[in-house]
Design a protein around this ligand. Structure first.
Ligand code: GUN
Ligand code: FE
Length: 425
């Protein structure tokens, strides 16, 4: 009998099956069969008795986390230069660094460090921006493929309002995108291309319309930025006088959900009309609180988005965000929602750690399919967290152990990590 991707994991199992609900199974067996969860059991069922046992007794076992939005080339300056707001930060910090990725030696060295750090983190799935450079983007995909993480990666499109050293003509941008898709769409097991117009200010209407067509032709998802900063929104309104707002500017070019699975990062300052459009088009919102705080974009009203039942996940937004750790993003989400309640809207209930754990696992994971939970049939993405260092005489319930881990865990506390049934750490 071959046991490839079929095994039992023993430990203290915790996962979310709904936004306000956590399931716990202390000292139990989680069954992975052919890479999929087959259930959680107190006693090993007969039909799985021959599966190899991975014994992590006393450790917490939680689903892997999804980072719905981060920029691989920006990892080089993580934690630096956050004294500017978005537009100036792009011009003076992000664009000059991204330009360096034309140099493949620089790209290789930087992307290897990025991939190593992502592999060691709580993230098992990620939607990643590269740069506009085709070759460097393929290199990033090659490197990520070897980590065992499941990633969607985008060659960035920029054909206007961009510095001379980081722009393409409309024609080149389209041709390079098609070339890149054709050489990567079927090349990997773990890594897939994702169409990535940077944002409306840096992409002409002609380019956007073509990118929408490309998504439909090649059946690819799309990622971009939406309503992050108020100056950015004013700029989009000037650039797109025929659109009723920022979201409509995407909608008018066929790049906003519907048959194209779409992630929009930030969504800090949406109008109600835009909230409804996002819901109707089933667009995913990547909430990026660390970045929103660092570059002073504002606080997204996440409680409202939950009440409106938007598709919602979390993004580290490296390097607007300062940490790739989804644990840190979770805590920043909770704290930001409390500041929102305190200073913006006393009637908005702050988010709980239980709710934000859901967003980091099943919420964002659902963009990848049945991902981010241990319900039967889900892909087996799991983190084994050694949490005994936080034990004390008080004693903790499973839910309390999870909450403490979210606040305290570092990458080193994740002793083992699985993605789609493969052990990757
Ligand atoms: N909007 C357009 N590009 C970017 C980027 O690189 N980072 C962030 N935070 N927002 C953007
Ligand atoms: Fe971003």
């Amino acid at each position: 009998m071959v046991f490839e991707k079929s095994f039992l994991v023993k430990g203290d199992i915790v996962y979310s099956d709904a936004i306000d609900h956590i399931v716990t199974h202390e000292n139990s067996y989680l069954v992975c069969e052919n890479g999929l969860v087959q259930g959680v059991f107190k006693v090993i069922p007969e039909q799985f008795a021959a599966f190899p046992l991975h014994d992590y007794e006393g450790c917490l076992i939680v689903p892997g986390m999804t980072d719905l939005h981060l920029h691989a080339p920006q990892h080089t300056f993580r934690g630096l230069n956050m004294h500017l707001e978005l537009i100036d930060w792009l011009e003076h910090v992000a664009f000059p660094e991204e330009a360096k990725f034309k140099d493949l030696a620089y790209a290789k060295e930087s992307y290897e460090i990025f991939a190593r750090d992502l592999k060691n983190s709580a993230t098992t799935r990620a939607c990643v921006f590269a740069t506009l450079h085709k070759k460097a983007t393929i290199l990033l995909m090659d490197i990520l493929e070897n980590t065992g993480l499941k990633c969607m990666v985008g060659k960035v499109n920029m054909d206007r309002n961009s510095p001379d050293y980081l722009t393409e003509s409309t024609k080149d941008s389209i041709e390079n995108t098609i070339d890149w898709i054709e050489s990567t769409a079927k090349a990997y097991e773990n890594t897939k291309p994702m169409v990535t117009p940077r944002f409306i200010p840096s992409c002409s209407d002609e380019l956007m319309v073509e990118l929408g067509r490309i998504c439909r032709k090649y059946r690819l998802p799309l990622q971009s930025h939406l309503s992050e900063n108020t100056n950015e929104i004013d700029w989009v309104n000037e650039l797109c006088p025929d659109a009723s707002g920022y979201a409509d500017a995407y909608m008018k070019t066929g790049t906003f959900g519907g048959e194209v699975p779409t992630i929009m990062a930030h969504c800090v300052h949406l109008t109600e009309e835009e909230v409804h459009l996002i819901k109707d088009q089933k667009v995913y919102v990547a909430h990026c609180p660390s970045s929103n705080n660092n570059i002073m974009s504002g606080i997204a009203p996440v409680r409202h988005y939950i009440e409106e039942e938007l598709n919602l996940g979390l993004g580290s937004d490296i390097a607007g965000g300062d940490s790739m750790s989804m644990f840190r993003v979770i805590v920043e989400t909770i704290k930001s929602s409390k500041i929102y309640t305190t200073f913006v809207d006393r009637s908005s209930r702050p988010l709980t750690s239980k709710e934000v754990f859901y967003l980091a696992t099943k919420g964002g994971g659902s963009f990848f399919g049945k991902v981010g939970s241990f319900e039967t049939g889900y892909e087996f993405d799991a983190l084994v967290i050694k949490d005994d260092i936080w034990k004390n005489p008080r004693g903790f319930t499973m839910e309390e152990r999870l909450e403490r881990a979210l606040y305290s865990a570092e990458d080193r506390d994740i002793i083992v990590k699985y993605c789609a049934g493969n052990r990757i750490k």
